[in-house]
Design a protein around this ligand. Structure first.
Ligand code: AMP
Ligand code: FE
Ligand code: FE
Ligand code: ZN
Length: 291
């Protein structure tokens, strides 16, 4: 099937978080929001879980929004935390399930330690408060931040991260993450297309660092780079497109929508009102066929 020019340019968003992880909008409500905004497709990319995919896909069929099932896997490459998006994972593949389950277990170890640190610095948050905020989803730092805002310790999410939760801040605790080759191999085992998320957020110290990282990930089976990201300037997008071109990777894009937890982010909308066109998804689907 070939797409007409108009079809190819329909707006999409391939990076959306739901209540299955640290978004505050249910999978079905995310699809409804995409419909309201006139998006042709959205990708569900919750942290360390595929639990929201089925609900979103069912809602997508009801309302006529194409839903791309996905996941966002955290991995550790030397001193860098790297997020790998995986698109179209087959459900129930043991190798991927095991990696995701291990990531969630590492969170179970980490969250109580963060809460203990917070209590020490005068910002007590109880495990029950965290559990209520996460409401059955994969609990992470944004949930802790939300409780902290509600209890008046901080004014907003950014302040919670800057003062307490970000790497190097008062209550930061590392969590265990798989090596990148393990994460990528697990995604490929489930025939999910592995894509490097928000490359500019990596904290690579230099361009040559970024180049080397992408080369290493490509060697492990990486297929794409998220070149379009809600906050990226034209210069950052161009740099990511250059990385993709030099390494023979496809490009994807999305907003990293988290609902009202990140109120500055609107689904489907990049900085300057840009949007990701459907042809990006068409290429992603071709890459999936080749796996
Ligand atoms: P966790 O999964 O618990 O490690 O938390 C990571 C999530 O917190 C990311 O996916 C973002 O949603 C958010 N996050 C991480 N670092 C920051 C930061 N410096 N400022 C705001 N949000 C952040
Ligand atoms: Fe998140
Ligand atoms: Fe991420
Ligand atoms: Zn994300």
């Amino acid at each position: 099937m070939s797409l007409s020019w108009d079809d190819e340019n329909r707006p999409i968003d391939l990076h959306v978080h739901t209540t299955a992880s640290d978004g505050d909008t249910s999978p079905a409500a995310c699809v409804d929001e995409a419909k309201r905004l006139g998006l042709a497709a959205i990708g569900i990319t919750d942290h360390d879980t595929v639990a929201g995919n089925a609900e979103a896909e069912a809602r997508g069929r009801e309302v006529g929004v194409e839903v791309v099932p996905g996941v966002e896997v955290s991995v550790q490459h030397e001193r860098l935390t790297v997020h790998i998006l995986g698109y179209f994972p087959e459900p129930g593949v043991a190798e991927l399930e095991a990696v995701l389950a291990a990531l969630r277990e590492h969170r179970e170890e980490r969250n109580p330690r963060i809460l203990r640190r917070l209590a020490e610095v005068g910002c007590p948050v109880t495990p029950d408060e965290l559990a209520a905020e996460a409401a059955g989803g994969v609990a992470g730092r944004p949930h802790i931040a939300a409780v902290m805002i509600r209890k008046g310790y901080v004014g907003n999410l950014q302040e919670a991260f800057d003062r307490y939760l970000a790497k190097g801040a008062a209550a930061y605790v590392e969590r265990g993450k798989p090596a990148p080759d393990l994460g990528i191999r697990a995604l490929l085992a489930a025939r999910a297309v592995p894509v490097l998320a928000h490359p500019a957020a990596l904290g690579a110290r230099s361009e040559s660092d970024a180049e080397a990282l992408v080369a290493a990930l490509k060697e492990m089976g990486l297929r794409g780079i998220e070149a379009y990201y809600h906050a990226y300037s034209p210069g950052q997008v161009a740099a990511c497109l250059g990385l993709a071109r030099r390494h023979g990777l496809l490009v994807t894009g999305g907003t990293d929508y988290h609902g009202s937890r990140k109120p500055e982010v609107q689904m489907g909308r990049g900085s300057g009102g840009t949007h990701v066109p459907y042809r990006v998804l068409a290429e992603l689907k071709k890459a999936r066929e080749r796996l």
